[in-house]
Design a binder for this molecule. Structure first.
Ligand code: DQA
Length: 143
């Protein structure tokens, strides 16, 4: 099974960025978690992070016919991007939305998720473990 993990803007600033909300673990530590999870669950995990909406759309489109699952944290684009929603719908690859923080308990503008409308599941407020849970969910249900 091949899973694509996508991260949106500012996720590369993990560990530096608002540690009270996003934790002290760095983006490099997240990459290590993804690699370990892939090995432990016997799935191929590829990851891509971008601060640019179009780059994320391009990557989702390129996943068509190549990946069996997508884990996506669109970050701020969660709450604004119809383009990412449409790309996920276009490829129709089972996708799980991940948020490191508990977005439901934050500002009202964070409580709308466009990308989530095209996802089979949302995991939020679990810190970086949410990514492991998302990969495990895809493995169990679509592997
Ligand atoms: C986030 C939540 C978003 O509201 C925010 O813009 C992010 C990160 C999260 O992982 O908790 O950048 O997606």
């Amino acid at each position: 099974m091949k899973i694509l993990v996508l991260n949106g803007p500012n996720i590369n600033m993990l560990g530096i960025r608002e540690p009270d909300i996003y934790g002290k673990q760095s983006f490099q530590e997240l990459l290590a978690i993804l690699e370990e999870t892939g090995k432990a669950l016997g799935v191929t995990v590829e990851q891509f992070q971008s601060n640019h909406e179009g780059a994320l759309v391009d990557k989702i489109q390129a996943a068509y016919g190549c990946f069996d699952g997508i884990v996506i944290n669109p970050a701020a684009y969660t709450h604004t991007s119809v383009a990412i929603l449409d790309a996920l719908k276009a490829v129709a690859i089972p996708a799980v939305e991940v948020h490191i923080s508990q977005v439901d308990a934050r500002e009202p503008f964070r409580q709308v998720s466009y990308a989530g409308m095209a996802c089979v599941k949302t995991i939020q407020g679990q810190g970086l473990d949410g990514y492991r849970q998302a990969i495990a969910y895809l493995r169990e249900n679509y592997g």
